[in-house]
Write a protein that binds this ligand. Structure first.
Ligand SMILES: [Zn+2]
Length: 328
């Protein structure tokens, strides 16, 4: 894992429950609970754990990677530990590796979200309600019909009840360290789908629960060290780089960062000091940043017919499909 911090992006993530949602307490199941309750923290406050949000982000990004790569497994299945299968988890595939090489050989999704050999680049805080708190005991309750696990039909007599919440907005803080530009492109697809309410959260997706609208606000980019982004204060334009272009040590080869050209972005404010540069963006500028690199780095085939840049790099990591890699 890269110890030095080269760049960082932080932002606020809003999750608006546009329909009924239920983030379950513990792992209660329909058949063993008479009332499924919303999760609360140690102070009995309703919240969405950051780990749950990260889980949703991760699995949706896996889905995006699979869709874009036209069936070629660019993303591993983190739960698959069966050797010689195409989507063997990177955790299993790389468990015997020296940690310095793990990043290079991890699939694109593990590069961002981590696996058992390396930490995640993304940190997501717990999310709390920002538009009027509500006590868990005051949440409305619905009756559900149990689904028979063998026939798939409703099982006679199996009834359960569940709490739900709607019209509330949760807020979480997001931090991503040492990002590569293609990763912002991947998140661009994720944020687009969140905005269009395509990504369900929590319990009961097949029962029509879980509809949310996710939006990001106020991304702030920080670049550390002497390699300042080039900034034009008159036109409010900056040229930013991913961690691959900022990392200069001889160890760089180990990480196999993508070779990425800098990207020019518009900004709202920028400030420079000897040790860091901070750039803040408004909503439109953020959207343009996140969507800018996506087509180049993710499309299987570009407009001119050549394979997309990141596709090739990811393919290299995936050449070891199914194979447990040991250090030479
Ligand atoms: Zn992986």
């Amino acid at each position: 894992m890269l110890k030095k911090i080269l760049n960082e992006i932080s932002m606020t993530f809003h999750i608006e429950a546009t329909g009924p949602i239920l983030i379950k307490e513990g792992d209660t199941k329909e058949e063993d609970s008479s009332l499924m309750r919303f999760v609360v923290d140690a102070n009995q406050k309703i919240f969405i754990p950051g780990s749950s949000i990260r889980g949703v982000w991760r699995s949706w990004c896996e889905k995006i990677a699979r869709t874009i790569s036209n069936g070629v497994p660019l993303a591993c299945d983190p739960f698959n530990n069966i050797l010689d299968t195409e989507n063997l988890s990177c955790s299993k595939r790389l468990e015997k590796m020296d940690t310095s090489n793990v990043y290079a050989l991890s699939c694109p999704i593990c590069k961002l979200f981590g696996n058992t050999s390396q930490g995640s680049r993304i940190r997501i805080s717990d999310a709390y309600i920002v538009n009027g708190d509500i006590a868990r005991d005051n949440l409305p309750v619905r009756d559900g019909i149990g689904i028979d696990r063998f026939t798939g039909g409703s099982s006679s007599g199996a009834k359960f009840r569940y709490q739900y919440l709607s019209d509330k907005t949760f807020e979480a803080e997001i931090h991503i360290r040492n990002f590569e530009l293609w990763q912002l492109g991947l998140l661009g697809y994720l944020f687009r789908d969140f905005r269009e309410e395509l990504i369900p959260v929590g319990f009961g997706k097949t029962r029509g629960l879980g509809k949310v609208k996710g939006t990001i606000e106020g991304p702030k980019l920080t670049f550390y060290g002497l390699q300042h982004p080039r900034i034009n204060s008159t036109d409010k334009k900056a040229e930013i780089k991913g961690s691959g272009s900022l990392y200069t040590d001889v160890d760089k080869g180990h990480y196999c960062f993508a070779t990425e050209a800098p990207v020019e972005i518009d900004f709202k404010t920028a400030s420079n000091s000897a040790i860091k540069t901070i750039i803040e963006l408004d909503g439109d500028q953020a959207e343009s940043l996140f969507m800018k690199k996506s087509p180049d780095y993710w499309a299987n085939v570009k407009d001119d017919g050549t394979p997309g840049g990141y596709y090739l790099i990811a393919q290299e990591a995936r050449n070891h499909i199914g194979e447990v890699i040991e250090d030479a």
